[in-house]
Write a protein that binds this ligand. Structure first.
Ligand code: DHB
Ligand code: FE
Length: 264
């Protein structure tokens, strides 16, 4: 009955934390009912994942899962980051040269490149596959606007045998999490904005390595320090290079990825 013991521990622990908060804050009956009505609304709108995000719980669970809370993940391994609500499995496998954004996609052009290596040996991981997704230049994902088409700005890409990769896309903008529902109302009531800094999502898979889910962010983004879900990690912030005249005018950034062997 291990499962039940775990559940019992979770319920006991949460009840203890709730009791402490209720006692400390002297929660009134009216406040209790307002809170319960609010949670009902969150459920009706399917916003519990979003609520977990803006309360910082998702980020904490990610940190615990990947050992960062106890300092294990502090080494050379590329830091993980939350998956967020907009991932879709089964994105198309792209052909080289890789283009996440089709020709004519609105937005500033961007070239992302880097190398996938083993976090211990530094050897290339030539069998790695990237699975990338992002919002369009007007700040929506295809799941939020079906008119964008299926798997818009999503794709899977095999890296080169030397672990390197390069793909073309457009620079994603800072992005506002859905704010027309109860979570948005909460942020407004707290005087918090709903922005996440601009980011690009990546999953990296390779045989023999732990799968990595992460994001990359861009230096100088105005929301790096006030992400609505508090997910930014310094090591995931890259510089956008522009205008050095050597190239086709696209912005460029480099993101190297170190994977952890599954055996560790
Ligand atoms: C969340 C994450 C995202 O990457 C995003 O674009 C929007 C919302 C989230 O975790 O709530
Ligand atoms: Fe996102």
């Amino acid at each position: 009955m291990q499962g039940n013991e775990r559940l019992q521990g979770i319920v006991d622990g949460l009840a203890r934390a709730l009791h402490d908060a209720v006692r400390e804050l002297r929660i009134t009956e009216d406040e209790l009912w307002a809170g319960l009505r609010y949670l009902n609304e969150v459920g009706e709108r399917g916003e519990f994942p979003l609520l977990s995000d803006v309360l910082g719980v998702s980020v904490l669970v990610d940190a615990i899962t990947h050992g960062e809370e106890v300092g294990e993940g502090a080494g050379a391994t590329t830091a993980s980051n939350v998956e967020g609500p907009f991932y879709r499995p089964g994105a198309p496998v792209l052909e080289r040269p890789y283009r996440l954004a089709a020709e004519g996609e609105p937005g500033e052009r961007l070239r992302v490149s880097g190398r996938v290596t083993d976090d211990g040996t530094g050897e290339p991981v030539g069998a790695a596959e990237l699975d990338a997704w992002q919002s369009s230049a007007n700040g929506v994902y295809d799941n939020q606007d079906p008119s964008l088409g299926e798997f818009h700005l999503r794709g899977r890409m095999a890296v080169e045998p030397d672990g390197s990769y390069e793909f073309r896309t457009v620079v994603p903008p800072p992005y506002e999490i859905p704010k027309d529902g109860p979570v948005g109302a909460l942020l407004r009531a707290l005087g918090r904005h709903a922005f996440r800094p601009a980011h690009l999502h990546l999953k990296v898979r390779a045989p023999g390595y732990r799968p990595l889910t992460t994001m990359l962010y861009f230096a100088d983004d105005p929301y790096l320090d006030s992400d609505a879900i508090g997910a930014v990690k310094d090591t995931l912030v890259v510089k956008l290079e522009r205008d050095d005249g050597t190239d086709d005018g696209a912005a460029r950034c480099r993101f190297d990825i170190a994977l952890q062997p599954a055996s560790r």
